[in-house]
Each structure stands twice: as structure tokens, then as C-alpha cells.
Unconditional design. Structure first.
Length: 263
């Protein structure tokens, strides 16, 4: 056998594949998620880390090999994270019903065995993905709503923060999926997140009333629901028209409503 393909085949024949993952490739794209080393002599070795590759094979004859024993090293944890991240993105783009286990496995570069090693099935994985998305949404909103500035300034910052409005809201997207609405384990992270968001905005509005920024006749819970609804409605308008300006107009309207409540 001659050339890199021949040497790769020879190495593959020599390596035990029990509980191991062996990767053969020769491009940055192929190995961007893997720790690799170049081996002109085609000798394999186990790799204990799983980090991006700074440099791939210098010559066409070199072979990039990863030989990871999944029962001992960090690949299991990393595979789980990749599965969750891939599912987050697919749910955001397609929704639950239109996302298949195969879609997830392909996007995560993970096999069926890896998926079912970490999760009982698609629903279990989707639940983990929604919990992760909910945590991200809460962290982003909390950093703005509890940050520096007056109550009005913090809510205005939340309203005007940079968003990809044409993609819609990760969590709001789920409320259009009948399967999510019919599955308590999937709906719970969504409804809990919006409950938290409304309560947090209401708390900021209460602070504004107490500080004399906002009129005392304002009902914080009602105005908080309005603000949350405007943001979600803005996503719908932007996506329906294909124009992010519709979202911007919606949030500016909410900001004007907030200012009208100021003392």
C-alpha cells in the first residue's frame, strides 16, 4: 500500500476499536474540534485532551490521527455538550417536531450510540437543550436588568440590546410547536423562563416607583407583561416581514410607553 490512504488503512487495521474513537483526516475542517498530531509514519497514540488544533499535517503524505479512549478521557463530556449545543441551534431554527435524532447527530458529529449513552431519546435531549437555552436567556437578561443605571435606563437597555430579530427568540419559538405545548417536560423551561422574565422586569419597575422615577399608579406586573409581549411580538413582525426594522420599531414603542410612565 502506498500514500496516506494506504498508511491510514494499515493503522486502522492495527488499532483496537473497542471503546475507542479513531479519526482519520488531513484538513483543518475535518479536525477543527479535535486534538490531533501529524504522523508521517502513521503511528497511533492516545490523546488525553480534546482541544482545537493549531496546526494540521504539513504535507499531503502526513496523516492526522486521533485515538481517544472514551471510557477514560473527556470525550464523553464533550460529546454531551456538542449534542446539547446542536439541539439548541436546531430547535431555534426548525422547532422540535421538525428536528430528528439523525439531524442532531449529524450537527453534533456524534453517533447514535453516543446520543443514547447520554440521553434517553430526543425528548430528553431537547429538555436539556431548552434548559440550557433558558439559562442563557436568563443570564443575558439579568445582566442588563440588574446592572448599573436607573430602573428606566436598565429596562431601556434590555429593550434595545443587540438581537438577531429575524431568527426570533429561542424560547418564544417553542410556543409555536404543538409537540412542545403538549409535553410538560419541554414546555416547563419555556414557561418558567418567561415567568421569571416578567417577575424580574416587574421588580425593576417597583424599584423605579420606590425611587420616584415612575408614577405610583403604575401596576408593575401589568407593565412588565406588556414589555415582554412587545419584545416577542416584535420578533413575529420582523420575521413575517423579513425586516428587522419592525422589531426595532416595536421596542422603541415600548421604550416610549415606559417614558410616559416616568414622573
Amino acid at each position: 500500500m502506498h500514500g496516506s490512504n494506504g498508511r491510514a488503512a494499515a493503522v486502522r487495521n492495527r488499532l483496537s476499536l473497542d471503546n475507542d474513537r479513531v479519526f482519520f483526516g488531513s484538513s483543518t475542517t475535518d479536525v477543527k474540534r479535535y486534538t490531533t498530531y501529524t504522523s508521517p509514519t502513521a503511528t497511533g497514540r492516545r490523546v488525553k485532551s480534546w482541544q482545537p488544533t493549531p496546526k494540521v499535517a504539513e504535507t499531503a503524505a502526513s496523516i492526522v490521527i486521533v485515538h481517544v479512549h472514551t471510557s477514560r478521557y473527556t470525550i464523553d463530556v464533550t460529546t454531551r455538550e456538542r449534542l446539547v449545543t446542536a439541539t439548541q441551534e436546531l430547535l431555534w431554527a426548525r422547532g422540535y417536531a421538525a428536528t430528528s435524532p439523525k439531524d442532531i447527530q449529524t450537527a453534533a458529529s456524534a453517533g447514535q450510540g453516543s446520543m443514547y449513552h447520554h440521553f434517553q431519546g430526543k425528548q430528553d435531549l431537547a429538555h436539556a437543550a431548552l434548559v440550557a437555552s433558558a439559562a442563557q436567556m436568563r443570564e443575558e437578561a439579568e445582566s442588563l436588568l440588574t446592572g448599573p443605571g436607573t430602573a428606566v435606563e436598565r429596562i431601556e437597555t434590555y429593550l434595545r440590546r443587540q438581537r438577531d430579530s429575524l431568527r426570533g427568540c429561542r424560547m418564544g419559538r417553542m410556543t409555536y410547536d404543538a409537540d412542545v405545548l403538549a409535553t410538560p417536560s419541554l414546555l416547563d423551561p419555556v414557561s418558567t423562563t418567561f415567568d421569571w422574565l416578567i417577575e424580574t422586569i416587574a421588580d425593576v419597575l417597583k424599584q423605579g416607583i420606590d425611587n420616584g422615577e415612575l408614577r405610583a399608579d403604575i401596576v408593575p406586573a401589568t407593565l412588565a407583561c406588556t414589555i415582554a409581549a412587545v419584545v416577542q411580538g416584535g420578533y413575529v413582525l420582523a420575521r413575517a416581514s423579513g425586516d428587522a426594522a419592525r422589531f426595532d420599531a416595536a421596542v422603541e414603542g415600548a421604550a416610549s410607553l415606559l417614558k410616559s410612565a416616568a414622573v
